[in-house]
Ligand binder design. Sequence first.
Ligand SMILES: Nc1ncnc2c1ncn2[C@@H]1O[C@H](COP(=O)(O)OP(=O)(O)OP(=O)(O)O)[C@@H](O)[C@H]1O
Ligand SMILES: Cc1cn([C@H]2C[C@H](O)[C@@H](COP(=O)(O)O)O2)c(=O)[nH]c1=O
Length: 225
Amino acid sequence: MGRLVVIEGLDGAGKRTLAEGLATELARRGRSTTRLAFPRYEQDVHAALVAEALRGGHGDLGDSVHGMAVLYALDRRGAVESLNTALAAHDVVLLDRYVASNAAYGAARLHEDAGGSFVAWVRGLEIDRFGLPRPDLHLLLQVAPEVAAGRAEHRERTETDRERDRFESDDSLQQRCRRVYAQLAAEQWWSPWLVVDGGAEVGGLGGADAARTDLGALTDAVLGV
Ligand SMILES: Nc1ncnc2c1ncn2[C@@H]1O[C@H](COP(=O)(O)OP(=O)(O)OP(=O)(O)O)[C@@H](O)[C@H]1O
Ligand SMILES: Cc1cn([C@H]2C[C@H](O)[C@@H](COP(=O)(O)O)O2)c(=O)[nH]c1=O
């Protein structure tokens, strides 16, 4: 059985970039890896509805914290079989966002903390009821919200179809979300968490010796060695 490893963090924190770096390092070590990102916008109708609601579609759907969270959760529920198949076939299944995103963003939207009723509700829905596979490790890519916002802006400028949505443009939400993520990590919510400093510039992930060492240590953690 492969290891299920989740990368979590704010919008624009650099999760996809870290996933690419880890996948490259895992391949260099001869480990088979597959990657998946939630929401699965191109594959699941619930995720497509999420994307539309985040851009103002479907009336007041985007205003409903629980309504949006159910859509994110149904997208993941539809992925359970393929996740289990991937875990049987690969050494590492690397996820860009998972259940903890729902917990962190929903709690932040409701101005709750990780000990509040929203996070407990997400656990009841996705873990107890939908039976989503438990991660072996969460990596929390921690960056200051201003840094994440700057990176999201950079991505908006340099990539097509990456305009920031209503969550990404909400600085105060991102601040609260960072706090809830830190609390989830501190209590090792659902499974082990490792906090990764994502503040270093990207040149590092690809080139500098020091950063390569960090990526090496992170890859060890991903593999559980
Ligand atoms: N360490 C870094 N230093 C500088 N720029 C970075 C770094 N990591 C990522 N970036 C850049 O920041 C932007 C956002 O990165 P990325 O897409 O990896 O973030 P993300 O967390 O996956 O975003 P989202 O959650 O919104 O999909 C991209 O333009 C990327 O090239
Ligand atoms: C998976 C998931 C995501 N969210 C939030 C986090 C982001 O602000 C948006 C979209 O995600 P993306 O990585 O920018 O594509 O949705 C959430 O609230 N709940 C979730 O389960």
